[in-house]
Write a protein that binds this ligand. Structure first.
Ligand code: ATP
Length: 229
């Protein structure tokens, strides 16, 4: 589904991503970990075709995401790190707008999606009036419009209280059936709870790619061992 081979992205004289490679297969839920500035967002934006790699090869659904951007993007649900939303729109208006922009052949029923994400009570509210947790669920709903095969979620629980974090975590578990998911996070227990695989990136290089360690605290130990101080 996703293939990266020796991919680098330089910004000026700095390599944000340095010769990374991995493959993601259908049905995998990949927890993408790394310290601040390690290259997680850059990697995600490369996969989405929002950035051009300095070198290397990227295939998403067997297409170069830069050349077949609309084909690729139509089948990816993306929740960016800062979850940009139009505050003045009502929730249902926003979801309808994103659905129209995606130009979906089989539009998702917004009411059904709202029930799935537990946001039906705010459909008539303006986005700017919502709590951060609801905003994040609206962003997730937008990513799910069109039932994409691939979900790329950049720190989906960032800034949320522990209860909302758990809600989003449970939602990711629920919605990820039959999808490939790559999600980044700084909350290591999330990886323990929902990921089937773990990739750790540090200073632009992948330092671990494999199964998540078993048992509570295993991910934290592995993370601390893999990442340079
Ligand atoms: P965080 O956990 O803080 O979100 P990250 O792992 O997502 O970090 P990236 O945002 O991918 O890290 O950034 C990797 C490196 O590339 C950082 O040093 C960052 O400053 C740099 N970088 C990212 N985007 C740009 C840009 N557009 N121009 C210049 N440098 C950039």
């Amino acid at each position: 589904m996703i293939l990266l081979k020796s991919v680098s992205k330089w910004f000026g004289s700095q390599a944000a991503v340095d010769e990374i490679g991995f493959e993601a297969k259908k049905g995998e839920i990949i927890g993408f970990l790394g310290p601040n500035g390690a290259g997680k967002t850059t990697t995600m934006r490369l996969i989405l075709g929002l950035l051009r790699p300095t070198s290397g090869k990227i295939l998403v659904f067997n297409e170069d995401p830069l050349h077949k951007r609309l084909n690729v993007l139509a089948n990816i649900g993306y929740l960016p790190e800062n979850n940009p939303l139009y505050g003045e729109m009502k929730v249902w208006e926003y979801l309808q707008f994103i659905s129209d922009v995606k130009n979906l052949k089989n539009p998702t029923d917004i009411t059904d999606l709202a029930v799935q994400l537990d946001i039906e009570e705010v459909l008539e509210k303006k986005i700017e009036e919502l709590s951060r947790g609801f905003k994040q669920r609206v962003g997730l709903a937008a990513a799910l419009l069109g039932d994409p095969d691939l979900l790329i979620l950049d720190e989906p629980t960032s800034g949320l209280d522990p209860i909302e974090q758990d809600k989003i975590k449970d939602l990711i578990k629920k919605i990820s059936k039959n999808k490939t998911v790559i999600f980044s996070t700084h909350i290591l227990s999330e990886v323990e709870d929902i990921a089937s695989r773990l990739i750790i990136i540090d200073r632009g290089s992948i330092v671990y790619d494999g199964k998540k360690p078993k048992g509570r605290g295993g991910v934290e130990k592995l993370f601390k061992k893999s990442v340079k101080k």
